[in-house]
Design a protein around this ligand. Structure first.
Ligand code: 6PG
Length: 514
């Protein structure tokens, strides 16, 4: 029996290796969808734990999780050709598991699916490295532990034959969206998976493409989070609002165009009280941001392919500067900022409204940058990325899920050759409508001395993108002056190169290439 269809035989449909939080929840999700799964983890307690959990959730029904004590046992308990899913930390552990599977006798037409947050180039290397031993396939997963349990967003890529085998599994396990409204259809009850709606899992392309797209998803996630944090910071410092007051505003915003999972959870964090100190929990959480690396990878890739993803990059730098806690504390006693502004209640209310529109416009820019980066990288690597499909699978299950993704889906469905989200008629109109508030909010944050690097970079991105003549003409002149780097003329065909002999008395211009 194909491992893509749940079976009732004794052999298992799927092998699962790595039963940490994500692996355990993905396994239980697959079990809910009728698959029988052979499970293995180097930590045997985790195997025992998931067997217990499955028993509890299955009740009178037969168990769907089958424990294994070794890689060899896992292969024996699986229907051939084997389909094995890995949920192990990115990097060396993936290769460690692969080499154990080879030793255990995995076959050339068996499939190993890596679901970790792997670097996309590692996936490309692994497909080549394991060719002839087994088929290495990748699926990037977004949605955290709840997503993994009840429906994540999945970004699979690799061998197309392997995709035909894994497709029904991922369609069953992924989050679902109502095709008409674009809204998530959710169920958080074990044993009752959502079976209707459009699955948030689509084939992204050749190996590497899926993890690249997930990496950019995380870059956008960094920007989205940072923009919300900057908005909070202005409300807190300039408007003297309390965390619960800010939570209330976020909840109101969550009813409209800013509706998103990240706004929703931000309100929850801001409303939480720390039991130990009886203060808002946000006031006892140390202001030092961690990062696992995917935002950094996105920024590095943007720099490498020359894609202007400055809001995403600023979000990475914002985490970096936050980690200089001691230096910042020392500097705060030395470096002066502006005087605090005195504000009337009406001025405060106006500023809140301006912030709402600034957050929305900046968010549009962050997504525009992410999609622009995928377009440039896709071209460079020969991936035919379908942006309407990518936006579709981000509408539910993933961390950046938002109502807004439906408008992005529509933008690319209306025009699959769209060069930038900013020039989509809907988004262009939205920014035109709100840009005055956006500019005012950014200016006021600078005047108040509150750092808003993501928001400020977003407006610079917008202004640079809509500016026909940038000062890069002077910059090219400078480069030609000190380094004879040449320039193109805007009254001639692109590609013709000129140089001014700056040290000659009459500074003659010579044509270097025609
Ligand atoms: C997701 C998340 C997930 C994880 C990130 C967080 O899409 O489910 O993005 O991948 O939470 O690794 O990354 P940082 O630790 O870098 O914030």
């Amino acid at each position: 029996m194909s491992s893509a269809v749940p079976n009732t035989d004794t052999l298992c449909d799927i092998g699962f290796i790595g039963l940490g939080v994500m692996g355990k929840n993905l396994t239980l999700n697959l079990a809910d969808n009728g698959y029988k799964i052979a499970c293995f983890d180097l930590d045997q307690d985790r195997v025992d734990d998931i067997v217990e959990q499955d028993k509890k959730e299955r009740g009178d029904q037969p168990a769907r999780v089958v424990p294994c004590q070794s890689f060899t046992e896992l292969l024996k308990k699986l229907a051939a050709p084997h389909l094995i899913i890995l949920s192990v930390p990115a990097g060396e552990p993936v290769d460690h598991v692969c080499s154990h599977l080879i030793d255990a006798g995995i076959d050339a037409d068996d499939i190993v699916v890596d679901t970790g947050n792997s670097l996309w180039t590692d996936s490309v290397e692994r497909e080549a490295k394991y060719k002839g031993k087994f088929i290495f396939f990748s699926t990037a997963v977004s949605g955290g532990e709840v997503g993994a349990r009840f429906g994540p967003s999945l970004m699979p890529s690799g061998n197309p034959y392997a995709w035909t085998r894994i497709e029904p599994v991922w369609h069953a396990a992924s989050a679902k969206v109502d095709a008409k409204t674009g809204k998530p259809i959710e169920s958080f009850t074990p044993g009752k998976p959502v079976t209707e709606g459009e699955p948030c899992a689509t084939y992204i392309g050749p190996i590497g493409a899926g993890h690249y797209v997930k990496m950019v998803h995380n870059g956008i996630e960094y920007a989205d989070m940072q923009l919300i944090c900057e908005t909070y910071h202005v409300m807190r410092e300039a408007l003297d609002m309390t965390p619960p007051e800010i939570a209330k505003v976020f909840r109101e915003w969550n009813e409209g165009e800013l509706n998103s999972y990240l706004i929703e959870i931000s309100a929850e964090v801001l409303d939480e009280i720390d039991e130990q100190s009886n203060q808002p929990i946000v006031d006892v959480i140390m202001d030092k941001a961690g990062q696992k690396g995917t935002g950094l990878w996105t920024a590095v890739s943007a720099l490498q392919v020359g894609s202007p993803a400055q809001t995403i990059t600023q979000a990475v730098f914002a985490r970096s500067i936050s980690s200089f806690k001691e230096e910042r504390s020392a500097a705060s006693a030395i470096l002066e900022g502006p005087e605090k502004m005195a504000l009337s209640e009406q001025e405060k209310a106006e500023w809140i409204e301006q912030l709402k529109h600034a957050l929305y416009c900046s968010k549009i820019c962050a997504y525009a940058q992410g999609f622009q980066l995928m377009a440039i990288a896709g071209k460079e690597h020969g991936w035919n990325l379908e942006f309407a499909e990518i936006a579709k699978i981000w509408r539910a299950g993933c961390i950046i899920r938002a109502v807004f993704l439906q408008s992005i889906t529509q933008a690319y469905e209306n025009n699959d050759k769209l060069t930038n989200l900013l020039v989509d008629p809907f988004f262009a109109e939205q920014i035109t409508q709100y840009q005055s508030d956006w500019r005012t909010a950014v200016s006021k944050s600078v005047l108040a001395g509150i750092p808003c690097p993501a928001m400020t970079s977003a407006i610079s991105y917008y202004d640079a993108y809509r500016t026909e003549v940038l000062p890069a003409n002077l910059l090219q002149g400078q480069r030609d002056f000190f380094g004879a780097h040449t320039f193109e003329r805007n009254d001639e065909r692109a590609g013709n190169k000129y140089h001014v002999q700056w040290s000659e008395p009459n500074r003659p211009m010579v044509c270097i290439k025609k």
